[in-house]
Structures are given as structure tokens and as C-alpha cells.
Design a protein around this ligand. Structure first.
Ligand code: NAD
Length: 254
């Protein structure tokens, strides 16, 4: 198994990409800590993993709140003694050109998508520094690199995640810690379904239009991203440092 006995924290793993990744990591032998703000969804992920014979437990925490994140990390260290992999996956979508975004909505997306990477990393990384080992995976998006209409706040957060990934890699490389980013294109999850439902009168036409922005005829599935995360979490990717990893059906190609 590719992740045998690794202790792995995945934020926002009650749904979508995080959930699919938690399930795959558990099948590969990891001890998965499922985090989410939503306890019902997080517990459901854990029940499904344990029913399939995997190892997982749920910790409810809000990735935007320092005390909440610190308590979660302390609890994991008490229970397992270490965290081998941190996957900063939790995130929300944001719609609108800059002038359409209200300040409180702007603050909320910045908080979840950027501070929500900073805080778990801050409290986990010094345990990794002590052990001189660890892999941190940050969730970006191809929207950071291609100009998509009415995604100003979201694009800003995901661009910041790419910059933060490089800055973190430089600071922690000498401690044996790798920091890489996932850069997905359109992946059909509740997050995207909700975005399509609330932003377009005709979601089917919107899906067809999204397909024209990539080379593949299919939109992505959560498992497509989970397999890339598996590589970054495993020791197989030990020579990958500070890199963006594209899983986008060719959306950023050319
Ligand atoms: P999703 O909505 O299905 O799952 C996100 C999870 O994060 C939810 O369970 C939610 O409860 C949780 N969450 C939200 N705020 C939280 C908080 N403050 N603390 C803890 N948990 C919180 O979304 P998804 O599509 O699986 O997206 C996961 C990540 O992938 C996001 O960062 C998103 O930006 C990124 N992404 C998604 C796509 C896509 O097409 N789906 C593309 C590129 C990047």
C-alpha cells in the first residue's frame, strides 16, 4: 500500500474532492483525519471509510479560527504522535466581477481559501520541522492561471495559494518538508454543481461551455484529483518541491 500507516489530515473532507481523497488514502493504508466544519458530512465520510475496512476519524474544526485549528492539531498529535501529510483542501467558491462582490463576501472567501491554508499549516508545520519530514498539499485552481469571467475573488485566493506554496517550500525545504499545489480544472462536485445551479439559468448549457474551455471531452471527477493527491502524499513524489500539479483536462494547456 502506498500510504501504509501515514497519519494524514485532510481539511474539508466531508464532501467532494476531500471526501474522495480521504477514501482513496484510507484504501492505501493511511490513518485519515477527516476535518470539516459540517459534522454530519464529516461523520458520513468516516462511516463510509470504516465500513470499507479503512482507518479514519472525524474532527470538527473551522479552518478560519486559530483556536479551533490549534485544538484539532493538538488532538491529532496526542492521539497519533505525528502528522505525516497535511492536505489543505477546504475552500468555497466565489462568483462575480470585482465590483459585484460585497466586502463581507470578499472577506469570507479570503478567510476560508487563504487563511484556511495558513492556519492548519502554521500549527502542523512545526511538528513536521521537529521530525524533519512531511508533505503539505495546498489546493489551488486553474482559475488562478486562466482568465475566467466573474471569478475575481476566487481567482485572487487561488493565485495566492500558488504564491504561498512556493514561499512555504523555500522556508521548509531544509527541514525535509515538501510543499506542492494541486491545480484542478472543473471537477464535478457539490461545490461546482451549486455554482452552476445558482449562477446560470441553464446549467446544462454552462456545462457544455465549460467543456469548450479544455481539451478533454469530459469534466473531471473527484477521483481524478484524489489520485494526484495520492502521488503528492506518497514518498514517490519526493523530488517534487514547490510545484503546481495540473489536473484540468488541458484547460491551462497552451
Ligand atoms: P465541496 O464544497 O464539495 O467541499 C468543500 C468542503 O469544505 C465542504 O465539505 C465544506 O463543508 C468544507 N468547508 C468549508 N468551509 C470550511 C471551514 N471553514 N472549515 C472546514 N471545512 C470547511 O468542494 P470541492 O469541489 O470538493 O472543493 C474542494 C477544494 O477544491 C476547494 O478548495 C476548491 O476551491 C478546490 N477546487 C475545486 C474545483 C472543482 O471544480 N470542484 C476546481 C478547482 C479547485
Amino acid at each position: 500500500m502506498r500510504l501504509q500507516d501515514k497519519v494524514i489530515l485532510i481539511t474539508g473532507s466531508g464532501s467532494g474532492i476531500g471526501k474522495s481523497t480521504a477514501q482513496l488514502f484510507a484504501r492505501e493504508g493511511a490513518q485519515v483525519i477527516v476535518n470539516d466544519l459540517d459534522a454530519a458530512k464529516g461523520n458520513e465520510t468516516v462511516s463510509e471509510i470504516t465500513a470499507a475496512g479503512g482507518s479514519a476519524h472525524f474532527i470538527q474544526a473551522d479552518v478560519t479560527q486559530p483556536e479551533s485549528v490549534k485544538q484539532m492539531v493538538d488532538e491529532i498529535i496526542q492521539l497519533h504522535g505525528r502528522i505525516d501529510v497535511l492536505f489543505n483542501n477546504a475552500g468555497i467558491s466565489g462568483v462575480g466581477a470585482l465590483h459585484e462582490v460585497e466586502p463581507d463576501v470578499w472577506d469570507r472567501i479570503m478567510s476560508i481559501n487563504i487563511k484556511g491554508v495558513y492556519l492548519p499549516s502554521k500549527y502542523v508545520v512545526h511538528h513536521m520541522m521537529d521530525r524533519k519530514s512531511g508533505s503539505i498539499i495546498n489546493m489551488s485552481s486553474c482559475v488562478a492561471e486562466i482568465g475566467l469571467a466573474r471569478r475575481a475573488s476566487y481567482a485572487a485566493t487561488k493565485g495566492a495559494v500558488l504564491a504561498l506554496t512556493k514561499a512555504m517550500q523555500v522556508d521548509y525545504a531544509s527541514y525535509g518538508i515538501r510543499v506542492n499545489a494541486l491545480v484542478p480544472g472543473t471537477i464535478m462536485t457539490p461545490f461546482v454543481e451549486n455554482y452552476l445551479r445558482t449562477s446560470y439559468d441553464d446549467p446544462e448549457a454552462a456545462i457544455a461551455s465549460l467543456k469548450t474551455r479544455q481539451l478533454s471531452n469530459e469534466l473531471g471527477r473527484p477521483e481524478d484529483v484524489a489520485y494526484a493527491a495520492l502521488f503528492l502524499a506518497s514518498d514517490e513524489s519526493k523530488f517534487m518541491m514547490g510545484s503546481p500539479f495540473y489536473i484540468d483536462g488541458g484547460a491551462t494547456f497552451g
